[in-house]
Design a protein around this ligand. Sequence first.
Ligand code: PGU
Length: 402
Amino acid sequence: MVKRNRNIGRLKAAYLFPEIARLRREFAAQHPDAKIISMGVGNTTEPILPHIAAGLTEGARRLERAETYSGYADEGLAELREQISGVYYKVAFGIDEIFISDGSKCDIGRLQTLFGPEVNIAVQDPSYPVYVDGSVVIGAAGKDDTASGGGYSGIRYLPCTPENNYFPDLSNIENDSIIYFCSPNNPTGAAADKRQLSSLVAAALRTGSIIVYDAAYSDYIRDGALPKTIYEIPDADKCAIEVNSFSKSAGFTGVRLGWSVVPKGLRFAGGESVNADWSRLTSTIFNGASNIAQYGGLAALDGEGQREIRQMTDFYLENASLIRGALNTLKIDCVGGDNSPYIWARFPGRASWEVFAELLEKYHIVTTPGSGFGPAGESFIRFSAFSHRAGIEEACRRLTAR
Ligand code: PGU
């Protein structure tokens, strides 16, 4: 018989979001009349706006005609890569430094394959689960499962707490690490400023580490002083890869389109090019993003598309502000929601899963327990602003009703 991959067996719990969906189904089956409102998984709810939708339609139409038909194109449309470079980055990246993907989660998984099991890992704690779980799967999370504090022994957790204003102490990053860093952050909603990101780049350069910078929520940044990309920091192109996505900006969670920036200046210890290895790896195990999706992406990057992205992200930020308002009324301590679609609420002395259950049972609201994002998330709840307006308003009414 084939033996189970031991690393899969080491994953501590079911993947967070399907587990929450299961609990929701269970509750719905027991309470068929309950009108459940989802503020759990960060899944977009609003329709794709007309100009970007027209781009997708155009992409599909092109496949009907011999002159415009296209098949495989692993590396992505050149025009799309040029546009991404121009719209998102002041550093002019060449198109061979921008790789089109089917989303940032998928690219993070492939990056983990690129780096393999021998690297050290550092993550913000709490963090988006794929950084840790994907590291466990490829065998990069150490061998000892008796690790303290609910974490994995081979992973350096960098706690992000109210005490440090949700920016971690970088002094205990080991040499030669892959540092996962997400800003605006999922789940805390914190967006790092220039000084903080400069210290992150300095820490990476000092320790010979590579940052995997997840900028999936960069279009939610409203404070003009906050960096939208790690490459606003000098020398980041020598130590950072950035992943990004159209999921949360254009509503492409189901369309699937994203990109990674792998600068040519980035080198491994032996001087080898990370860009060349990434190109080799992705062309071997990935066959490119959907060409239909890529035409949608092109539309999202022109003037009208950018206006639609602003409209879409404004809508979810307004949801976030309604949630903040309700939690403030209840005097629940919370952060986030200004430059991100997540609100991070603190319930001192209580277990996240217990609060999750109470919110579901009493108010019929689905949230995400903070402990699902790492040990430092215990006693917190993440509220997602990805929901229809009527649902958000109703949830706020239920929470604040006496
Ligand atoms: N990066 C971050 C930080 C995310 O929060 C998410 C989605 C992604 C990447 C995924 O982006 P794609 O480009 O669509 O692949 N996070 C959501 C969805 C849950 C999930 O399992 O991905 C969330 O609720 O945290």
